[in-house]
Structures are given as C-alpha cells and as structure tokens.
Design a protein. Structure first.
Length: 428
C-alpha cells in the first residue's frame, strides 16, 4: 500500500489517477471523512499492491531494497534497470510487496458504566479479523479475592467468531483508581490470594478466557518481589489449564527508575515468567498535561531499547493509542483535553481549513485551529505515517506485535496497514 500526503491543489481524483487507483477504492479504504475537502498534510492510504518511492540523494538500489525488505534484484527487475545503475534524485520507483512476517495484536475494549454500546460492540467486531487477542477491560477485584466481571455482552462470541483469544484483564483498581492497598492484600495475604486464583480459574472457564492478564499498577516498591512471587504461582496454576498468562508494564527506561508507576514492575522477572507483556508506551501527551504527541516514537524507542535488554523481544507487545487529544491553549494545569479519533481530527482540520503538520522527531501529526469562541486549540493524533513508523520499529526490534488502547474510536488506516505489513497470528 502507498501512503500519500496531500499537497496543495491535490484532489481525490488527481491522487487516484497518480497511483492508477480509483476514487471509490480510496474513499472506501480510508472511510474518508472529507473526500471533497482534502486537507494539506493529510495522510491517505492508497489500496494498491506494493508502493511507489521517489529516489533521494544518496539512495542506491541496495539501500532502497534493504529499506523495504525486497532483494536488489527484485527491485531492479520490476523497474527494468540494472543493479549498478546510478539513481538520480527524483526518479520514481515501484516497490513490490515484500515478505510479511507474523505478528500478534491485542485490542482492549472498555465498556462505559454498566452497558456495552452498540457502537463499541461493532468496533470490536470490525477489529476482530486483525486481532490475536480481545481484552474486555476489566474485572473488578475485591479485597476478599472476589471478582465482578465488566459487561461482556457479545464479546466472547465475537472472539470465537474471529478466532481471538479472549483476554481476562485483572487489575488493582478501587473506585476507578489504582490502589496500592488492594495490591498489597492480593500479593501478601495468602488466603485471599488463593481465593483470588480459584475465582480466576472458575470465571475463565465460565466465559472462555484463554489469556489471564494482570495489570497491577502503582504498587508499593516493597511489594515488587511479592508481585514476582504471585506471578510465578499464577503461571504454574494457569499453565495447568493450558492458558496464557500476560502482564501490563509501565514504560520504564531503566531497572532502577523511580516513581510510583515504575518501582513495582520488574521487567526481567516479568519477561521470565509471563508468556508475553504489554508495555504501555503511550500517554506522554495526556488529557491532564500540556499538548504533545501521545506516543512520540523517540520516547517509545527509549523504553523499548531498555525493554529488550531485560525481556526477550518476541515476548513484547508495544502499546499504541488509537486516539489523540484536543487541548485548549494556553495550557493551564487542572484543565482536561478532549479525546479525539483520527477521523474526527481530520474532520476538524477540514472544518477550520488548517493544514496538518508532521513532527518528524515524534513521528506524529498535529495542527492548531481557532474555535468559535476565539480560543486557540492544538490537536495531536495518529495517522498512517505515525502507525507505519511504529510498525517499522516492530520489525526492526523483532517484537511480538502491538496492543491497542483502546477500541471504539475509528481509525480505518490502522487496520489497512496491519494487513499490508503483517500476517496476523491466530491462536485457534
């Protein structure tokens, strides 16, 4: 597939003609919210086999072939040039489809309140073909080891239909906040812990969960080893049932990183015990902070560079947001940015007739606009370029795959690019 960035005077018709595609195919593939009013800087995925590349100064057949995962001979043959031909900057080459590797993908789905909306269920069903795991978030755990499920509705059936492993997410939240006291009880009171594990097994059998996923956060540093001991005990019990066990990890850059979010997580131990881990590489830009990219790739890579020194790379799912934020400027502590889908962000840029810019360091799109009340806003979101950059990182670092927080905000380009880059692994 080809990623095209809209330039001045582009129209959907001229873009389709440029890539020998059709307007209908491009509009449908991207579910374009603004086909008649494209935004300068907007990224569009062109649904063709392979892609085109414009030669830059210093490129050669060999460097281009290596970049796109094809052989120099393939590249030379398909473009009818010799292997040693000097390439002039500006030459347009066709890049054939490279070999795809298998990867795993998880999608968390979080019902609001006590019900599952039809749109959220539809989102899970649409994402199902591209997922290995489907993870309803999350079971409420009591201080006595009891479990209360989230509203599940048709999620188990959707998982079966699309051969997704249904992931049972368990965390230490109370009243919507992570509780170090609940964590302390579950990790240190053996009677409660045994009841907790018994309830996990019986509930997983009831609903058909086949991965048990522990998302314990903001634990006391003193409970770090207790968490490791608990995970070993849980892994032994769950393996006897033939199930996977996974954990969610804060985005650390060193083993000794300080802070409430980090100190309870032992990357090396989790890498040894768990079948795989989800590293939460997002929320640098967050709803209560200043405007910036939610998952800037330079920060994501810092975390993963450390992670692969402690955890086998093929056990790591990179966390990825499916949303952006709209901040009111100037930022004031205590204010909350509005979550926004990539589709809504594009519509907003089109509505206010402002170009979309791209931060090459963060590998993320953004723009500013003035609202009807005269206030300035800044929006950071995800597009095909930012996702492709993360997919390239998965390949370069030989990671297991990607985990999405969370389903429900439309981003059709993401699913297109999964199929272009990977074979989605199914477990049944």
């Amino acid at each position: 597939m080809q990623i095209h960035v809209v330039q001045r005077n582009d129209s959907i018709t001229t873009i389709a003609r440029q890539y020998h595609s059709t307007v209908k195919d491009i509009v449908e593939a991207n579910d374009l919210p603004n086909p008649n009013h494209l935004v300068i800087g907007q990224a569009i995925v062109i649904p063709i086999i392979g892609q085109f590349y414009t030669v830059k100064q210093g490129d050669s057949i060999y460097t281009i072939a290596h970049r796109f995962g094809v052989t120099p001979q393939q590249l030379a043959t398909v473009n009818r040039i010799s292997l040693n031909q000097h390439l002039n900057a500006g030459l347009r080459l066709y890049i054939p489809q490279g070999t795809k590797r298998s990867a795993e993908f998880n999608g968390y789905v979080e019902p609001s309140g006590t019900t599952v909306s039809p749109s959220l269920e539809r989102s899970a069903r649409e994402a199902g073909p591209y997922l290995t795991y489907l993870a309803p978030f999350s079971f409420h755990v009591g201080r006595d080891g009891s479990l209360t499920p989230p509203p599940l509705n048709n999620f188990p059936a959707i998982a079966r239909e699309h051969r997704n492993v249904l992931m049972m997410v368990l965390n230490n939240q109370e009243q919507g906040q992570f509780s170090d006291e609940l964590g302390r009880i579950l990790l240190n009171d053996m009677a409660v812990q045994d009841k907790f594990l018994n309830n996990i097994v019986s509930t997983a059998k009831q609903y058909g969960f086949r991965d048990i996923h522990f998302d314990f956060e903001y634990l006391r540093p003193v409970d770090r080893e207790a968490y490791n001991r608990f995970l070993r005990k849980a892994k032994d019990r769950l393996s006897r049932e033939g199930w996977f066990m996974s954990t969610a990890l804060a985005p650390k850059t060193s083993a000794t990183q300080k802070g409430k979010w980090y100190e309870g997580h032992d990357y090396k131990a989790h890498g040894q015990i768990s079948d795989f881990v989800v590293i939460m590489t997002y929320e640098w830009g967050y709803s209560g902070g200043p405007a910036m990219a939610v998952s800037p790739i330079d920060q994501v890579k810092r975390v993963l560079d450390y992670a692969v020194t402690a955890i086998p790379s093929r056990k790591i799912l990179m966390g990825q947001n499916l949303y952006g934020y709209d901040w009111t400027l100037p930022f004031k502590p205590g204010t909350i940015a509005k979550a926004i889908s990539p589709q809504a962000a594009i519509q907003l840029a089109a509505q206010h007739n402002v170009p979309i810019e791209y931060d090459t360091k963060a590998q993320a799109p953004h723009f500013r606009y003035k609202a009807a009340d005269g206030k300035q806003h800044e929006v950071w979101f995800e597009d095909a370029r930012s996702i492709q950059a993360k997919f390239n990182l998965i390949k370069e670092m030989n990671l297991r795959g990607m985990s999405y927080w969370k389903l429900g905000l439309p981003f059709p380009q993401n699913w297109l690019l999964i199929t272009d880059n990977f074979n989605v692994e199914k477990k049944s």
